[in-house]
Design a protein around this ligand. Structure first.
Ligand SMILES: [Zn+2]
Ligand SMILES: [Zn+2]
Ligand SMILES: [Zn+2]
Length: 309
């Protein structure tokens, strides 16, 4: 019995060349079956005996179904997904139950690659739900795929009724101009901020602007959970446009006068999801003083401590 089937047995000698081919795939050649069109082989890893077509052993690298299944099971276990069925249309795909509870059609190979840490098994439905929330925060509704078909874009509906394509990144940051009512990110209030970030590769500070510094620090900069961070200073700015102009001016001032305090990207790498705007902690007092000068020119009308005279 092999693979649950009764088979004929032929004990005539097996050619050494075929034995070598099987050996290269990690199998022992055992005997002929079915008029020498097939052979019986044994997987050396798990001992499972199976039937293979002679030409397949000769021409390809054969694999053990039992070992493949064990390998895939280990991968599924590692990343927390469960195979619930095979895709009908393509043997390379299976249907998986993801940790979030959604079901997704995925390539088996990708599940294994994910288990090796080569990429993440994201959930499309969860991702779209996230995009929906991010848009809501900005006063837009996610409608669906972009009319342009551009990757990284979605179609959104503004509260004024205007529908347009926006990149998901810009929507998440609130950098959206509505071509219907003219509401613009650059005309909405914003702020210049200074963060302290205690990366394991060394403490740094980050100067930037955002309409929501707290969210910028917690979410958008993709700083690892265990890393300590602090908001050192936030200066409210009347519009995103002024915040942008003032912040750029601060960076170029730093570049001119304290270029040595700029931390190059390779020093912090993926620790912070940004390419520039990172300084050594020694820059802290210098930048705070520069920010004082900016704050003096843009008194915060909502802050009773700010002297308006
Ligand atoms: Zn095996
Ligand atoms: Zn999901
Ligand atoms: Zn609008």
């Amino acid at each position: 019995m092999v693979d649950g089937e009764k088979i004929s047995i032929d004990l005539s000698p097996l050619p050494a060349s075929l034995r070598i081919k099987a050996d290269r795939s990690g199998f022992d050649l055992i005997l002929w079956t079915q008029g020498k069109n097939w052979v019986v082989v044994r997987c050396r890893s798990c001992g499972t005996v199976s039937r293979k077509r002679r030409s397949v052993v000769r021409d390809t690298r054969i694999e053990c179904k039992h070992c493949i299944r064990a390998r895939r099971l280990a991968a599924e276990h590692k990343i927390g997904v469960t195979l619930i069925g095979a895709a009908i249309d393509n043997h390379k795909y299976g249907l998986f139950l993801l940790p979030c509870g959604h079901i997704s059609r995925r390539q088996y190979g990708l599940i294994e690659a994910a288990a090796q840490g080569k990429h993440k098994v994201g959930c499309v439905e969860c991702r779209e739900e996230r995009y929906t929330c991010e848009a809501k925060n900005q006063g837009w509704d996610l409608v669906g795929p972009p009319t342009s078909g551009k990757p990284g874009y979605r179609n959104y509906n503004h509260r004024c009724g205007q529908r347009q394509d926006v990149s998901v990144g810009n929507m998440s940051n609130g950098d959206v101009d509505c071509s219907g009512c003219g509401e613009s990110w650059s005309s909405k209030p914003s702020a210049i901020y200074l963060f302290w970030i205690g990366l394991s590769s060394g403490e740094v500070i980050k100067l930037g602007y955002s309409n929501n510094p707290r969210r910028r620090l917690r979410q958008q900069l993709k700083i690892a959970k265990g890393v300590r961070t602090k908001i050192l200073r936030v200066i409210p700015m009347p519009t995103g446009h002024t915040a942008c102009v003032e912040e750029k001016a601060l960076h170029s001032q730093m570049k001119r006068t304290h270029a040595k305090l700029i931390v190059p990207k390779h020093k912090y790498g993926d620790g912070i999801n940004t390419r520039t705007e990172i300084y050594r902690v020694e820059a802290r007092e210098i930048i705070l003083q520069m920010m004082d000068a900016v704050a003096a020119r843009f008194p915060d009308t909502e802050d009773p401590d700010d002297d308006l005279n």
